[in-house]
Design a protein around this ligand. Structure first.
Ligand SMILES: [Zn+2]
Length: 245
């Protein structure tokens, strides 16, 4: 188990030109997602070089915006078994940015990875724009126990169902500028919140990176009218449960 004060539960480390910069964030574990075969191999290499990097195997729904391939997705899942990877992502469904005609293929890929997660007791990090309920239904059907809806911006009332199934919501540094995400953080019980950067993505001019997580934590502490330390400790405990529970 890797212990730290902060857990970035969703970062695209392989996308950094200089990964050292992200990896050097003080006292932080980086849960590094991959999006396809190439990024999986890069992410595995990074996890060999840095003790605070946990690799995840996934096939991003955005692959279906152009050249999505079921066989590549299956290959990624097979490698996850071979390399004994206990984290699945980035996977999910996307009804907002990806053509609806690809939905059956997206569902097939997601089911493959949910089976993998159940069999390996892995943590799953979920992408679900406009498909929050569809993904929740598939998660429950699959029997996956440890999942997190990354950068959740869906309906507030669905959060009740998500947490009642024991799944988590991640808060992104976008909370500093995205009103919808503030509402999500206000609504979600602290016992079901973890933090992420989704770095190195740039959101409305904000360069997302793990160094912003302490600021996200203090924003949530303000919303919940509690101390920064309570939010940090609770999020760390939640993260450990997802990664190692
Ligand atoms: Zn992402």
């Amino acid at each position: 188990m890797i212990k730290a004060s902060y857990y970035d539960m969703h970062i695209h480390l392989y996308e950094y030109k200089d990964p050292e910069k992200a990896v050097a964030t003080p006292d932080t574990v980086l849960v590094a997602v991959s999006d396809d075969l190439d990024s999986l191999m890069k992410t595995i290499e990074l996890s060999k070089s840095y003790d605070n990097v946990i690799p995840c195997a996934g096939y991003h729904p955005w692959n279906f915006r152009n050249n999505g391939s079921l066989s590549e997705a299956e290959q990624v899942a097979r490698l996850a078994y071979r390399y004994d990877i206990n984290c699945v992502g980035e996977v999910g469904l996307d009804k907002k940015f990806v053509p609806r005609s690809t939905l059956p293929a997206q569902v097939r890929v997601l089911k493959t990875f949910l089976d993998l997660a159940r069999e390996t007791n892995s943590y799953v990090t979920i992408h679900s724009p406009n498909a929050w309920r569809d993904v929740l239904t598939l998660l429950v059907e699959s029997g996956v126990e440890k999942a997190m809806f990354h950068w959740y911006t869906g309906p507030l009332n669905l959060i009740d169902e998500i947490v009642s199934k024991g799944y988590y919501i991640s808060i992104n540094p976008a909370i500093m500028i995205q009103e919808k995400h503030v509402k999500v953080a206000e609504y979600t019980p602290l016992e079901y919140i973890v933090f992420e950067s989704d770095g190195p993505y740039v959101y409305r001019g904000m360069e997302l990176n793990p160094g912003l997580i302490p600021k996200s934590i203090s924003t949530v502490a303000g919303l919940k009218q509690t101390s920064v330390e309570v939010v940090r400790e609770t999020a760390a405990r939640n993260s450990i449960r997802l990664l190692y529970g």
